[in-house]
Design a protein around this ligand. Structure first.
Ligand SMILES: [Mg+2]
Length: 243
């Protein structure tokens, strides 16, 4: 048996052992599982910056305030509604549009009018994304102008070929399959030669079904068959792909 074949056999054995242990089989050899990828799709919030930087807390508070004002609700009720809509419709905005016919544009501007100084530049992440072969794009349930401001604050601007927001899918949010289909068609990417990085496990189901490699970026793993990889540290994970 040649050396190459021996290595393949070892990798296969490792994969079988990993499967038996209930782990994703791809952990042992991530680079090979991404060698066909030509388009790298990144979510924005809590993916291209870590949750502890406190951006989304600010957005949550602004969403609650907006709902209180728009619907004349007390804070506790507005908070409950915000969370219920997020759970039921994928985003709070989707619920507000569906149930209250809310105009999305002023809402998007108001909830994203935050203090961006809580974000710090990440030179290592920038280098790791830049080193990926092929196109890199951002797809967020926020808006594209908001994405641009976050990327500037993180020192990640100029890396991406395109920024897509919820407005590019007619305000239909991830995790809806139609939203992914709209944005991917607009971009012209081949889903079978693409990878998606996301902190919300729900938003990896449709990409997985469309043929993308899926990477859950979060401190803690989430066990689901539509998740190929878990990356607690995005820069570290990308480093392993381009080594
Ligand atoms: Mg996110």
């Amino acid at each position: 048996m040649g050396l190459k074949k021996t290595v393949l056999c070892r990798e296969r054995q490792a994969a079988i052992l990993a499967m038996a242990a209930g782990l994703a089989i791809v952990h042992a050899m991530p680079a090979a599982f991404f060698s066909h990828v030509r388009t790298w799709v990144f979510d924005l919030d809590n993916t291209l910056y870590p949750p502890h930087m406190g951006v989304f807390d600010q957005i949550d508070r602004r969403m609650t305030a907006y709902i209180m004002d728009a619907l004349g609700l007390a804070q506790a009720e507005a908070n409950r509604l915000r969370h219920d809509y997020w759970q039921t419709y994928g985003t709070t905005l989707a619920g507000l549009m569906r149930e209250h016919d809310m105009d999305p544009e002023p809402y998007m501007i108001a909830v994203h009018d935050i203090d961006f100084s809580v974000l710090s530049p990440d030179a290592e992440l920038r280098a790791r994304i830049a080193a990926l072969p092929g196109r890199k794009i951002v797809y967020t349930n926020g808006s594209a102008p908001y994405a641009q401001r976050v990327l500037e604050a993180r020192g990640l601007d100029g890396l991406f070929a395109a920024l897509y927001g919820v407005e590019h899918a007619g305000y239909r949010p991830k995790p809806e399959a139609d939203a992914f289909a709209s944005v991917f068609a607009l971009d012209g990417l081949d889903p079978t030669a693409a990878a998606m990085f996301e902190d919300d496990p729900r938003n990896l189901a449709a990409p997985h079904a469309m043929g993308l490699r899926t990477v859950h970026v979060a401190p803690e793993p989430h066990d689901a068959s539509h998740i190929h990889h878990h990356a607690p540290d995005l820069a570290g994970f990308l480093a392993a792909l381009t080594r």
